[in-house]
Design a protein around this ligand. Structure first.
Ligand SMILES: Cc1ncc(COP(=O)(O)O)c(C=O)c1O
Length: 359
Protein backbone atom coordinates (compact mmCIF):
# COMPACT_ATOMS: atom_id res chain seq x y z
CA UNK A 1 0.00 0.00 0.00
CA UNK A 2 1.18 3.54 -0.77
CA UNK A 3 1.15 6.20 1.95
CA UNK A 4 -1.33 8.17 -0.19
CA UNK A 5 -3.79 5.26 -0.11
CA UNK A 6 -4.23 5.46 3.66
CA UNK A 7 -7.61 6.73 4.75
CA UNK A 8 -7.42 9.87 6.90
CA UNK A 9 -6.94 10.80 9.63
CA UNK A 10 -4.30 8.10 10.31
CA UNK A 11 -1.13 7.82 12.34
CA UNK A 12 1.92 7.33 10.15
CA UNK A 13 5.04 5.86 11.74
CA UNK A 14 8.31 6.34 9.88
CA UNK A 15 10.03 3.07 10.79
CA UNK A 16 13.52 4.13 9.70
CA UNK A 17 13.33 7.14 11.97
CA UNK A 18 11.88 5.18 14.89
CA UNK A 19 14.56 2.49 14.60
CA UNK A 20 17.25 5.19 14.47
CA UNK A 21 15.83 6.87 17.60
CA UNK A 22 15.71 3.54 19.41
CA UNK A 23 19.27 2.68 18.37
CA UNK A 24 20.59 6.14 19.37
CA UNK A 25 19.20 5.86 22.91
CA UNK A 26 20.36 2.23 23.23
CA UNK A 27 23.89 3.22 22.19
CA UNK A 28 23.95 6.25 24.48
CA UNK A 29 22.79 4.33 27.57
CA UNK A 30 25.25 1.53 26.85
CA UNK A 31 28.05 4.09 26.65
CA UNK A 32 26.92 5.52 30.01
CA UNK A 33 26.81 2.04 31.56
CA UNK A 34 23.13 2.22 32.58
CA UNK A 35 20.21 -0.04 31.76
CA UNK A 36 17.53 1.28 29.42
CA UNK A 37 13.96 0.46 30.40
CA UNK A 38 11.80 2.47 27.97
CA UNK A 39 8.42 3.77 29.04
CA UNK A 40 6.11 2.13 26.51
CA UNK A 41 2.98 4.03 27.51
CA UNK A 42 4.18 6.34 24.71
CA UNK A 43 3.18 3.87 21.99
CA UNK A 44 1.15 1.24 23.89
CA UNK A 45 2.26 -1.30 21.30
CA UNK A 46 3.83 -4.64 22.35
CA UNK A 47 5.27 -4.97 18.82
CA UNK A 48 7.27 -1.78 19.22
CA UNK A 49 8.32 -2.81 22.73
CA UNK A 50 9.80 -5.95 21.15
CA UNK A 51 11.88 -3.77 18.79
CA UNK A 52 13.17 -1.84 21.82
CA UNK A 53 13.96 -5.08 23.66
CA UNK A 54 15.78 -6.47 20.63
CA UNK A 55 17.88 -3.28 20.61
CA UNK A 56 19.07 -4.08 24.14
CA UNK A 57 16.47 -2.72 26.56
CA UNK A 58 16.30 -4.57 29.86
CA UNK A 59 12.51 -4.54 30.12
CA UNK A 60 9.76 -1.94 29.84
CA UNK A 61 7.90 0.54 32.02
CA UNK A 62 4.15 1.02 32.05
CA UNK A 63 1.79 3.13 34.07
CA UNK A 64 -1.46 1.19 34.59
CA UNK A 65 -2.37 -2.37 35.61
CA UNK A 66 -4.55 -2.79 32.52
CA UNK A 67 -1.57 -1.83 30.32
CA UNK A 68 0.59 -4.36 32.16
CA UNK A 69 -2.04 -7.05 31.52
CA UNK A 70 -2.08 -6.31 27.78
CA UNK A 71 1.71 -6.29 27.41
CA UNK A 72 2.15 -9.44 29.53
CA UNK A 73 -0.48 -11.24 27.46
CA UNK A 74 1.43 -10.23 24.32
CA UNK A 75 4.80 -11.64 25.23
CA UNK A 76 6.53 -8.91 27.28
CA UNK A 77 8.21 -10.63 30.21
CA UNK A 78 9.76 -7.87 32.35
CA UNK A 79 7.53 -4.93 33.27
CA UNK A 80 7.99 -2.14 35.82
CA UNK A 81 4.76 -0.36 36.68
CA UNK A 82 6.24 3.05 37.54
CA UNK A 83 3.18 4.24 39.34
CA UNK A 84 1.29 3.81 42.61
CA UNK A 85 -1.23 0.92 42.71
CA UNK A 86 -3.34 1.38 45.82
CA UNK A 87 -6.72 -0.32 45.40
CA UNK A 88 -6.68 -3.97 46.68
CA UNK A 89 -8.49 -5.35 43.61
CA UNK A 90 -5.87 -3.77 41.35
CA UNK A 91 -2.97 -4.99 43.47
CA UNK A 92 -4.42 -8.49 43.23
CA UNK A 93 -4.59 -8.21 39.41
CA UNK A 94 -0.94 -7.21 39.37
CA UNK A 95 -0.09 -10.18 41.62
CA UNK A 96 -1.83 -12.47 39.12
CA UNK A 97 0.22 -11.05 36.22
CA UNK A 98 3.33 -11.62 38.34
CA UNK A 99 2.62 -15.35 38.41
CA UNK A 100 4.01 -15.53 34.86
CA UNK A 101 5.77 -12.22 34.23
CA UNK A 102 8.57 -10.42 36.07
CA UNK A 103 6.85 -7.37 37.56
CA UNK A 104 7.98 -4.29 39.48
CA UNK A 105 5.91 -1.57 41.13
CA UNK A 106 6.44 1.86 42.69
CA UNK A 107 5.26 2.70 46.21
CA UNK A 108 5.08 5.88 48.25
CA UNK A 109 2.87 4.84 51.21
CA UNK A 110 3.38 2.53 54.20
CA UNK A 111 -0.19 1.16 54.29
CA UNK A 112 -0.06 0.41 50.57
CA UNK A 113 3.19 -1.52 51.09
CA UNK A 114 1.46 -3.68 53.71
CA UNK A 115 -1.58 -4.18 51.46
CA UNK A 116 0.72 -5.08 48.55
CA UNK A 117 2.59 -7.57 50.73
CA UNK A 118 -0.70 -9.19 51.74
CA UNK A 119 -2.05 -9.44 48.18
CA UNK A 120 1.14 -10.97 46.77
CA UNK A 121 1.35 -13.39 49.73
CA UNK A 122 -2.20 -14.54 49.11
CA UNK A 123 -1.66 -15.04 45.39
CA UNK A 124 1.77 -16.55 45.97
CA UNK A 125 3.74 -14.40 43.53
CA UNK A 126 6.59 -11.89 44.02
CA UNK A 127 7.14 -8.31 42.95
CA UNK A 128 10.14 -5.97 42.78
CA UNK A 129 9.35 -2.85 44.77
CA UNK A 130 10.84 0.61 44.19
CA UNK A 131 10.30 3.50 46.56
CA UNK A 132 9.07 6.45 44.53
CA UNK A 133 10.87 9.67 45.47
CA UNK A 134 9.74 13.17 44.56
CA UNK A 135 12.80 14.51 42.79
CA UNK A 136 11.40 17.83 41.65
CA UNK A 137 8.20 17.20 39.72
CA UNK A 138 6.03 17.36 42.86
CA UNK A 139 3.63 14.70 41.61
CA UNK A 140 3.74 11.41 43.57
CA UNK A 141 6.67 10.18 45.63
CA UNK A 142 8.00 10.68 49.15
CA UNK A 143 10.54 13.28 50.13
CA UNK A 144 14.08 11.83 50.00
CA UNK A 145 14.50 11.63 53.80
CA UNK A 146 11.24 9.62 54.11
CA UNK A 147 12.37 6.88 51.70
CA UNK A 148 14.25 4.84 54.33
CA UNK A 149 11.15 4.04 56.42
CA UNK A 150 9.39 2.72 53.32
CA UNK A 151 12.39 0.67 52.21
CA UNK A 152 12.53 -0.90 55.68
CA UNK A 153 8.84 -1.85 55.51
CA UNK A 154 9.25 -3.37 52.03
CA UNK A 155 12.17 -5.44 53.30
CA UNK A 156 9.94 -6.91 56.03
CA UNK A 157 7.28 -8.16 53.59
CA UNK A 158 7.86 -11.74 52.49
CA UNK A 159 6.74 -11.53 48.85
CA UNK A 160 8.11 -8.05 48.19
CA UNK A 161 11.66 -7.66 46.92
CA UNK A 162 13.13 -4.24 47.69
CA UNK A 163 14.97 -3.23 44.53
CA UNK A 164 15.75 0.42 45.03
CA UNK A 165 14.52 3.86 44.10
CA UNK A 166 12.63 5.41 41.28
CA UNK A 167 11.91 9.03 40.48
CA UNK A 168 10.47 10.81 37.49
CA UNK A 169 11.86 14.26 36.81
CA UNK A 170 9.26 15.09 34.13
CA UNK A 171 9.56 18.74 35.18
CA UNK A 172 12.84 18.83 33.21
CA UNK A 173 10.80 18.42 29.98
CA UNK A 174 9.35 21.87 30.66
CA UNK A 175 12.76 23.58 30.86
CA UNK A 176 13.52 25.53 27.73
CA UNK A 177 17.26 26.15 28.04
CA UNK A 178 20.09 23.65 28.46
CA UNK A 179 21.16 25.50 31.61
CA UNK A 180 17.71 25.09 33.19
CA UNK A 181 17.58 21.44 32.10
CA UNK A 182 20.94 20.75 33.75
CA UNK A 183 19.92 22.51 36.98
CA UNK A 184 16.61 20.61 37.26
CA UNK A 185 18.32 17.31 36.40
CA UNK A 186 20.85 17.94 39.17
CA UNK A 187 18.07 18.70 41.65
CA UNK A 188 16.63 15.29 40.71
CA UNK A 189 19.84 13.34 41.24
CA UNK A 190 20.55 15.25 44.48
CA UNK A 191 17.20 13.95 45.75
CA UNK A 192 18.05 10.41 44.75
CA UNK A 193 21.50 10.59 46.38
CA UNK A 194 19.93 11.82 49.65
CA UNK A 195 17.33 9.03 49.64
CA UNK A 196 19.94 6.40 48.84
CA UNK A 197 22.18 7.57 51.71
CA UNK A 198 19.29 7.41 54.18
CA UNK A 199 18.41 3.86 53.11
CA UNK A 200 22.00 2.66 53.22
CA UNK A 201 22.27 3.98 56.78
CA UNK A 202 19.64 1.41 57.71
CA UNK A 203 21.84 -1.31 56.23
CA UNK A 204 19.54 -1.89 53.24
CA UNK A 205 21.12 -2.20 49.79
CA UNK A 206 19.82 -0.04 46.93
CA UNK A 207 20.52 -2.05 43.78
CA UNK A 208 18.56 -0.01 41.26
CA UNK A 209 18.06 3.73 40.80
CA UNK A 210 15.64 4.28 37.94
CA UNK A 211 14.95 7.83 36.69
CA UNK A 212 14.84 9.75 33.44
CA UNK A 213 12.51 11.63 31.13
CA UNK A 214 13.09 12.08 27.41
CA UNK A 215 14.94 15.33 28.16
CA UNK A 216 16.73 14.55 31.45
CA UNK A 217 17.93 11.07 30.44
CA UNK A 218 20.58 12.73 28.22
CA UNK A 219 21.96 14.32 31.40
CA UNK A 220 21.15 11.94 34.25
CA UNK A 221 22.25 8.69 32.57
CA UNK A 222 25.79 9.95 33.19
CA UNK A 223 25.28 10.31 36.95
CA UNK A 224 27.20 7.75 38.99
CA UNK A 225 24.22 6.79 41.19
CA UNK A 226 21.79 6.22 38.33
CA UNK A 227 21.62 2.58 37.19
CA UNK A 228 18.61 2.68 34.86
CA UNK A 229 16.69 5.22 32.77
CA UNK A 230 13.08 5.13 31.67
CA UNK A 231 12.46 7.62 28.83
CA UNK A 232 9.41 7.06 26.65
CA UNK A 233 8.93 9.68 23.96
CA UNK A 234 12.45 9.38 22.51
CA UNK A 235 11.27 6.52 20.25
CA UNK A 236 8.98 8.89 18.31
CA UNK A 237 9.77 12.45 19.51
CA UNK A 238 7.49 15.45 19.05
CA UNK A 239 7.91 19.11 18.21
CA UNK A 240 8.35 20.10 21.88
CA UNK A 241 11.34 17.73 22.18
CA UNK A 242 12.80 19.38 19.07
CA UNK A 243 12.36 22.76 20.77
CA UNK A 244 14.07 21.39 23.90
CA UNK A 245 17.13 20.49 21.81
CA UNK A 246 17.08 16.70 22.37
CA UNK A 247 15.81 15.76 18.88
CA UNK A 248 16.01 17.16 15.38
CA UNK A 249 13.12 17.68 12.99
CA UNK A 250 14.49 14.71 11.06
CA UNK A 251 14.02 12.54 14.20
CA UNK A 252 10.25 13.02 14.23
CA UNK A 253 8.90 9.52 13.60
CA UNK A 254 5.16 9.85 14.22
CA UNK A 255 2.86 12.12 12.25
CA UNK A 256 -0.84 12.26 11.59
CA UNK A 257 -1.97 12.43 7.96
CA UNK A 258 -5.14 14.42 7.34
CA UNK A 259 -7.10 15.68 4.32
CA UNK A 260 -8.13 19.24 3.51
CA UNK A 261 -11.93 19.03 3.66
CA UNK A 262 -12.80 22.68 3.13
CA UNK A 263 -11.11 25.83 1.79
CA UNK A 264 -13.54 28.56 2.85
CA UNK A 265 -11.09 31.44 2.25
CA UNK A 266 -7.75 32.02 0.54
CA UNK A 267 -5.98 32.12 3.91
CA UNK A 268 -7.99 29.34 5.63
CA UNK A 269 -8.25 25.60 5.16
CA UNK A 270 -9.90 23.01 7.37
CA UNK A 271 -8.58 19.45 7.75
CA UNK A 272 -10.53 16.37 8.79
CA UNK A 273 -8.73 16.00 12.13
CA UNK A 274 -9.59 17.85 15.33
CA UNK A 275 -9.52 17.13 19.03
CA UNK A 276 -10.57 13.48 18.55
CA UNK A 277 -7.49 12.81 16.43
CA UNK A 278 -4.95 15.17 17.93
CA UNK A 279 -4.40 16.12 21.54
CA UNK A 280 -4.15 19.51 23.16
CA UNK A 281 -3.10 18.54 26.69
CA UNK A 282 -0.02 20.76 26.58
CA UNK A 283 -2.02 23.72 25.29
CA UNK A 284 0.19 23.64 22.20
CA UNK A 285 -1.02 22.87 18.69
CA UNK A 286 0.34 20.28 16.27
CA UNK A 287 2.62 21.64 13.55
CA UNK A 288 2.46 21.00 9.81
CA UNK A 289 5.21 18.49 8.98
CA UNK A 290 6.06 19.41 5.39
CA UNK A 291 3.89 22.35 4.30
CA UNK A 292 5.35 25.75 5.14
CA UNK A 293 2.96 28.54 6.03
CA UNK A 294 0.11 26.35 7.32
CA UNK A 295 -0.48 26.97 11.02
CA UNK A 296 -3.14 25.19 13.05
CA UNK A 297 -4.86 27.76 15.19
CA UNK A 298 -8.22 26.35 16.20
CA UNK A 299 -10.04 23.03 16.31
CA UNK A 300 -13.31 21.28 17.06
CA UNK A 301 -13.82 17.54 17.45
CA UNK A 302 -13.38 16.58 13.78
CA UNK A 303 -12.02 19.81 12.29
CA UNK A 304 -8.65 21.50 12.38
CA UNK A 305 -8.52 25.15 11.28
CA UNK A 306 -5.38 26.19 9.41
CA UNK A 307 -4.25 29.76 8.84
CA UNK A 308 -2.43 29.90 5.50
CA UNK A 309 0.33 32.21 4.35
CA UNK A 310 2.67 32.16 1.33
CA UNK A 311 2.74 28.98 -0.74
CA UNK A 312 0.36 27.25 1.70
CA UNK A 313 -2.46 29.40 0.25
CA UNK A 314 -2.35 27.03 -2.73
CA UNK A 315 -3.70 24.16 -0.60
CA UNK A 316 -6.98 22.86 -2.02
CA UNK A 317 -9.78 20.54 -1.01
CA UNK A 318 -8.59 16.93 -1.20
CA UNK A 319 -4.92 17.73 -0.52
CA UNK A 320 -3.28 15.58 2.13
CA UNK A 321 -0.87 16.85 4.71
CA UNK A 322 0.92 15.51 7.77
CA UNK A 323 1.17 17.00 11.27
CA UNK A 324 3.55 16.55 14.19
CA UNK A 325 2.06 16.58 17.72
CA UNK A 326 3.27 18.72 20.61
CA UNK A 327 2.96 15.69 22.93
CA UNK A 328 3.16 12.36 21.19
CA UNK A 329 1.83 10.01 23.94
CA UNK A 330 -1.65 11.48 24.23
CA UNK A 331 -2.08 11.60 20.45
CA UNK A 332 -1.28 7.90 20.13
CA UNK A 333 -3.92 7.04 22.72
CA UNK A 334 -6.63 8.50 20.44
CA UNK A 335 -6.03 5.87 17.74
CA UNK A 336 -6.34 2.15 17.16
CA UNK A 337 -3.31 1.58 14.96
CA UNK A 338 -0.19 3.16 13.53
CA UNK A 339 0.82 2.58 9.91
CA UNK A 340 4.53 1.85 9.72
CA UNK A 341 6.10 3.22 6.53
CA UNK A 342 9.45 2.92 4.75
CA UNK A 343 9.76 5.75 2.28
CA UNK A 344 6.22 6.07 0.96
CA UNK A 345 5.24 2.38 1.28
CA UNK A 346 3.18 1.06 4.18
CA UNK A 347 5.17 -1.88 5.52
CA UNK A 348 3.44 -2.86 8.77
CA UNK A 349 0.38 -2.04 10.84
CA UNK A 350 1.06 -1.63 14.57
CA UNK A 351 -2.13 -2.15 16.61
CA UNK A 352 -2.17 0.14 19.66
CA UNK A 353 -3.29 -2.72 21.88
CA UNK A 354 -3.17 -0.85 25.19
CA UNK A 355 -4.98 2.17 23.80
CA UNK A 356 -7.55 3.43 26.33
CA UNK A 357 -6.19 1.14 29.06
CA UNK A 358 -6.35 3.61 31.93
CA UNK A 359 -7.51 1.35 34.79
C1 LIG B 1 7.16 7.60 35.75
C2 LIG B 1 7.52 7.94 34.35
N1 LIG B 1 8.67 7.48 33.83
C3 LIG B 1 9.04 7.75 32.57
C4 LIG B 1 8.24 8.52 31.74
C5 LIG B 1 8.67 8.77 30.33
O1 LIG B 1 9.23 10.01 30.18
P1 LIG B 1 9.03 10.90 28.87
O2 LIG B 1 7.54 11.01 28.67
O3 LIG B 1 9.66 12.18 29.24
O4 LIG B 1 9.69 10.23 27.76
C6 LIG B 1 7.04 9.04 32.25
C7 LIG B 1 6.19 9.90 31.41
O5 LIG B 1 5.24 10.51 31.81
C8 LIG B 1 6.66 8.74 33.57
O6 LIG B 1 5.51 9.20 34.09
Amino acid sequence: MHLDDLDTPSLVLDMDRMERNIRRMADFTKECGVELRPHVKTHKSPDIAKIQLAAGSKGVCLQKVSEVEVFAANGIRDIFLTNEVVVPSKIERLARVAEKTHVGVAVDNLDVIKETGKAFREVGSEVDVYVDVDIGMHRCGVQPQEAAALAAQVSKEKNLVFKGLMGYEGNVNGKKTKKEQIAASKEATDGIVAAKKAIKKKGIAVDVVSVGSSVSTWINAKHEDVTEVQPGMYAFNDHVLVERGVAKWSDLALTLVATVMSKPAEDRAVVDAGSKSFNFDTGLFPKAFEVEGATMEHFSEEHGWLHLTGAAKKLKVGDRMRFVPAHVCTMVNQHEEMYGIRGDRVEKVFPILARGKVR
